[in-house]
Write a protein that binds this ligand. Structure first.
Ligand SMILES: [Zn+2]
Ligand SMILES: [Zn+2]
Length: 387
């Protein structure tokens, strides 16, 4: 019978001893296995995973390894379960937990910092100085589920209570998986100093973070919000989420267009979500003097940067990692108030057993897939079109 020291369970949520879990074998190879259901410790709960979204970073990890780091090394053949954008229901409470109730619906952030280093003490737990240290005699208690510890492509996972975000009944499982993506965009704008209504924003790259970055910037009162990209169908979704203008960079010069659309001086902020080779040089020419650029995408190669332009114009560059400073709570507040409809980027749902198909849809953008979700229960059809 499922139990652990000081762990509270409920007859309403019977918990099996083992669960279905996908594990990463060699690069690109996922296998469906059985694992023991993990047991929460102090300040942790057991989450029954109801839905998990696939992220471009999951595809990177599954095929190449980084940014995942398991026991200080590559994640292959270590019985590691990837997946980090999940939501579910609290199914058991670790010792002393009274902040959440069994049966409560929640979504999760990825990073539980160590809680003791300089950055964690500042709320920058995604930049924890003990990142990845959660094993052996270097166990500092850091967890980044799906990156440094087991993630969400399974039926249950343990989460620190600091990573939980309560969600209303009216929010669907699929929408709840998108809170952390919106939270990442929110964190970017927080790190830039906090957007004030009426300031101007360009978002480059209409992937999930970029599209929800448009939505968050608009909800914060940005004016105008300009989105750049190469695909008209995604730019259209950007307009539906609040972009005042969109620029297809295949048809026109993005820097010139931004300057024209904002009175010739450039905008206050750029949130760079494309990872394109020349993205930084273009971003620093889209902002006005003294403007700020947030870098939220991982480019694949090193590129020369025009430092003199940055210095002469007093431009600030910020790299952000993930969703720190409780930004997911602020993103969830916008979503529960229906300030924007994040489900516009959810396109497909598959059963958990069909994870390889779901990954193929996400990777090859089959059927214009953007956010693909897998669910362990309640998915009857092989493929469910988005609402
Ligand atoms: Zn992600
Ligand atoms: Zn830390």
């Amino acid at each position: 019978m499922y139990s652990g020291p000081g762990v509270k369970t409920s007859p309403d949520f019977p918990i099996p001893d083992t669960m279905k879990a996908w594990v990463l074998g060699n690069p690109g190879e996922l296998k469906l296995t059985q694992k023991p259901v993990p047991v929460p410790k102090r300040a942790e709960v057991l989450v029954r995973i109801d839905a998990v979204a696939i992220c471009a970073t999951d595809l990177e990890i599954i095929d190449h390894g980084p940014p995942a780091s398991i026991q200080g090394g590559m994640p292959f053949n270590k019985n590691f379960t990837p997946g980090h954008e999940y939501m579910g229901t609290v199914a058991a409470l670790g010792p002393g937990v009274d902040e959440y109730k069994i049966g409560q619906r929640i979504t999760v952030e990825i990073h539980a910092g160590c809680g003791q280093c300089k950055r964690c003490r500042e709320g920058m737990y995604t930049s924890c100085h003990n990142y990845g240290l959660n094993y052996g005699d270097v166990d500092k208690g850091h967890r980044a589920n799906g990156f440094t510890t087991d993630g969400g492509f399974c039926e249950y996972q343990v989460n620190n209570i600091n990573t939980l975000v309560a969600i209303p009944d009216a929010m669907s499982d699929e929408e709840a998986t998108l809170v952390v993506t919106a939270g990442t965009a929110m964190y970017g704008l927080t790190e830039l100093g906090g957007l004030v209504a009426g300031e101007s924003v360009v978002v480059t790259g209409p992937g999930p973070i970029g599209l929800l970055g448009v939505a968050v910037a608009k909800a914060l009162g940005a004016q105008p919000v300009i989105l750049t990209g190469t695909r008209d169908n995604r730019l259209k979704i950007g307009r539906e989420l609040g972009a005042d203008y969109t620029i297809n960079v295949r048809n026109e010069d993005a820097v010139e267009a931004v300057r024209r659309l904002n009175g010739g001086k450039g905008v206050d902020y750029v949130v760079e979500c494309s990872g394109a080779p020349n993205a930084v040089n273009e971003a620093v020419r889209m902002v006005n003097r003294g403007g700020k650029v947030c870098l939220a995408a991982f480019p694949h190669q090193e590129t020369p940067v025009d430092v003199a332009h940055i210095v002469r114009n007093n431009i600030y560059l910020y790299g952000i990692r993930g969703e720190g400073k409780s930004a997911t709570h602020r993103a969830e507040a916008f979503m529960s108030q229906k300030r924007f409809d994040a489900t516009k980027i959810h396109t497909h749902t598959f059963p958990l057993d069909d994870l390889p198909t779901a990954i193929r849809y996400a990777k090859d953008r089959v059927d214009d897939a953007i956010k693909v979700v897998v669910k362990a229960r309640g998915v009857a059809a092989h493929r469910v079109a988005a609402e």
